[in-house]
Design a protein around this ligand. Sequence first.
Ligand code: FES
Length: 214
Amino acid sequence: MPLSQAAKDRVVNDYFPRYPTKRAALMPALWLAQDELGWLSVETMEEIAELLEMDPTDVESVASFYVMFNRRPVGRKLIEVCENPSCWVNGASQTLERICHKLGLDPHAGHAGATTPDGEYTVRPTECVAACDYAPAVQVNWRYYGPVKPDDVDAFLENMERFNLERDGLVSAFGTHEQRFKDGSAWRVDPAENGAPPPPPPPPPAESKPEEKK
Ligand code: FES
């Protein structure tokens, strides 16, 4: 499915003015496309490349570098288990394996993840989600849950809300990516801090003509 005209207009009208170059708007443009379409197909990345006047392989390089960009369709519930050190030493790999086992999925599918045939769940490992003090931390559709120890997996799948860290204010809500754009704080870049050349100096005031001698 192609990117909507509304999304393209938003990139041009809202995002481009915030950045010194069009290509600097790549990350928010990818988020916007993923929010709209659910994942980033090759065609979507080509559309973004055209919009940002970039080579499609450069767009794909960025999208494939960050684990949070979906390069294949994901289920309605995207379960991501952090496997970085704090979570790993607290049993994250076993948590991931047990979740996959319960849902009949391959625990070794890597960052691409594995999806149930009914499209309800995708499960994948992820990198640190900044909830290390609630290890093993899990994200479901970008919301924080934890700790989800291996023995907690049955209870977690039965009632995720019990493990929701945002519910009791233990961690602040990540929110949607759209909220990050609306307040402008997450992605706004000062061109002067981004290696852009300084703006040209203002033109000198027009010289006043010397008074003619009588
Ligand atoms: S190491 Fe898992 S949340 Fe930081």
